[in-house]
Ligand binder design. Structure first.
Ligand SMILES: [Ca+2]
Ligand SMILES: [Ca+2]
Ligand SMILES: [Ca+2]
Length: 228
């Protein structure tokens, strides 16, 4: 069962008190500050039904299309293949996104590992403050897993920032974080990221704006590629 303190988690007041604008922080620090929360996948049940997802797909009109980054499987040195770290990151949904006056938000999510060259982007949905995306991409990377992203509002005259993940810097997923997030060690867990804009928490009509992701570590520090 999921401890309820993780779920509804931090109030806006608690989050705003602890915001630190740094270029990068460890994921365990971000959990401590209430900027993200993590759940092991075994404990997670989704309320998004298949029918809901289908309905959202039909709602899409002339919005942005989705894309994944290019994946490099190996770093080649002297003709040898040195497997890079690999993770599949799925943007599940966003919640409580704010709308502008006269324009209900048309949201899409950009998320990346290490830098914006290694970036995925979801479709944009028209007029939807609680979109379900269920869109995943594989990412390759070296060293630690640095995760970052933002939610944008699709607009005809130039897209607006809805909010950035955590407090504006990337989230460095450290070993202590994996220990807490992936308790059963299968490489699969989920996180919920709070959105911020100019250092302040972003909220919609029913509370803090958040984005939910599923992570599937294929090869990472402490995790290996293996044949089952
Ligand atoms: Ca709109
Ligand atoms: Ca818009
Ligand atoms: Ca797990």
């Amino acid at each position: 069962m999921i401890p309820s303190l993780f779920l509804g988690a931090l109030s806006l007041a608690a989050a705003s008190r602890s915001v630190e604008l740094t270029n990068s922080m460890t994921a365990s620090k971000a959990v401590e500050l209430g900027l993200i929360s993590a759940f092991d996948n075994d404990n997670v049940t989704h309320t998004d039904s298949f029918a809901e997802v289908q309905q959202h797909l039909q709602e899409e009109t002339q919005g942005k299309s989705a894309k994944c980054p290019e994946v490099q499987i190996c770093t080649t040195s002297d003709g040898a293949c040195d497997p890079k770290n690999l993770v599949v990151i799925t943007c599940i949904s966003a919640h409580n996104l704010p709308s502008q006056w006269g324009d209900k938000v048309d949201p899409y999510v950009k998320f990346w590992v290490d830098n914006k060259d290694n970036k995925a982007s979801t479709v944009s949905y028209d007029n939807n403050e609680n979109p379900s995306y269920h869109f995943g991409c594989p990412f390759s990377y070296e060293g630690a897993l640095n995760f970052d992203g933002k939610v944008m509002d699709d607009d005809l005259g130039g897209d607006d920032l809805v909010g950035e993940f955590a407090a504006g810097g990337s989230i460095n997923m450290d070993a202590a974080f994996f220990d807490g997030a992936d308790t059963n060690g299968d490489g699969v867990f989920e996180i919920v990221v709070n959105l911020f804009k100019n250092g302040s928490p972003v909220g919609g009509s029913s509370g803090q704006s958040t984005v939910r992701f599923k992570f599937q570590l294929i090869k990472a520090e402490g995790y290996q590629l293996r044949r089952r």
